[in-house]
Design a protein around this ligand. Structure first.
Ligand SMILES: [Zn+2]
Length: 369
């Protein structure tokens, strides 16, 4: 089994991480004091972390989303957003993440008068600051932004235009998120049309709490390049008693077209999409060679990091360094950053990083033998 140190040291790439789902608990308390947010249930960082995790682990996506009131509550001012964004990048880099696309819905940051552009600018400024601090600490990272629109709201076209407006400053794509049932992605068609017309990128939260129709709409009607979660694609896969596997038309399309699945195993357990990591469809999906990627979703709410997710997968399925590297290269191939940058990250960081770790493991095995 891989040690947590080895997993941490291994270069990792992250495509699905919410900025408002990864705050440091102590930062929430600091910012609440500084900016007069009154809603926190406690002033103790450990108690707050435990309270939020309990709130998130209630087997319902809707209940899970309730915990974001407090994180978004302290992200209403420019300096607060910059701090949160910079710390996010620092934390990911310290965990061995070399490339991250971090998403946020700017419409959740405008309660105290910030504009959507000001919120976006603050996020990007924080990311740049985080990149500088991480490089200085010896953990270089490339951090890019995905701009999210809330699917239950009606601002998606405006948010899509916002994403495109900031594309040369660090925004690499557009997403919709929020409660899935009753909020179909096709409500936001004009937003997706704008994204396509501008040759920009989109991923859509689909197939998390809701099944195949949501995935089908996201791909075939809204033109999603990736699926946020997409885990319910398993509903279109049949495993026969003799172990043979039959893919339905949609599952076959997803695999044939190499549609990236932004899987978030622990988050799925907390929202009730899966009973446990051991029973998570990621095992079958990776064995069938879908374009699987591993992601954190909400590090604070789920109490996870990229390393802890990989450790959980290694414990459940024995993925080892070889599969970790495959999953990491999958993520980089599926990222929205330019092709040149993807090649650079894969060839200069990821492949040499894993080669080094494998050589070290082999040397240790010889000594042990
Ligand atoms: Zn998500």
């Amino acid at each position: 089994m891989l040690t947590l140190d080895t997993i941490r040291e291994a270069p990792k790439a992250l495509l699905h991480d919410h900025l408002d789902g990864g705050l440091r608990p102590a930062t929430i308390i600091d910012l609440a004091r500084e900016f007069g947010y009154k809603g926190l249930p406690t002033q103790d960082a450990d108690d707050l972390a435990a309270w939020i995790r309990r709130g998130a682990d209630r087997k319902s996506l809707e209940l899970y989303l309730e915990t974001f009131a407090h994180t978004c509550g302290v992200m209403q001012h420019r300096d607060a957003i910059i701090r949160v964004a910079a710390e996010c990048v620092e934390d990911l880099a310290a965990d061995g993440v070399v490339y991250a696309e971090i998403r946020m819905a700017p419409e959740l940051c405008v309660e105290q008068g910030l504009t959507l552009d000001e919120a976006t600018e603050a996020i990007l400024e924080g990311f740049a600051e985080g990149e500088r601090r991480a490089a200085a600490a010896g953990h270089p990272i490339v951090a890019r932004s995905l701009v999210t629109a809330m699917r239950q709201a009606a601002r998606s076209r405006e948010i899509a235009e916002l994403a495109v407006r900031w594309r040369d400053k660090g925004v690499v794509g557009f997403d919709i998120a929020g409660p899935e049932a009753g909020h179909r992605p096709t409500r936001h068609l004009d937003a997706f049309e704008h994204i396509h017309r501008e040759n920009f990128h989109t991923t859509i939260h689909a197939g998390e709490s809701f099944g195949l129709p949501s995935i089908w709409e996201a791909l075939q009607l809204c033109g999603a390049e990736r699926l946020g979660h997409g885990v319910r694609i398993i509903d279109d896969i049949t495993v026969r008693p003799d172990g043979s596997v039959v893919l339905g038309r949609l599952a076959a399309f997803v695999r044939d077209r190499r549609v990236p699945l932004e899987l978030c195993p622990t988050s799925n357990v907390h929202t009730g999409a899966c009973a446990s990591i051991a029973e998570h469809p990621i095992d079958l999906l990776r064995r069938l060679r879908f374009r699987v990627t591993v992601n954190t979703d909400n590090r604070l709410m789920s109490g996870v990091s990229m390393s802890s997710e990989f450790a959980a997968l290694d414990a459940a399925f024995g993925i080892g360094l070889g599969e970790m590297e495959w999953l990491t290269i999958n993520a980089l191939k599926s990222s929205f950053v330019s092709f040149d940058e993807r090649l650079r990250l894969i060839n200069e960081l990821v492949k040499p990083g894993y080669a080094r770790l494998r050589a070290r493991e082999a040397a240790a095995a010889v000594v042990a033998g």
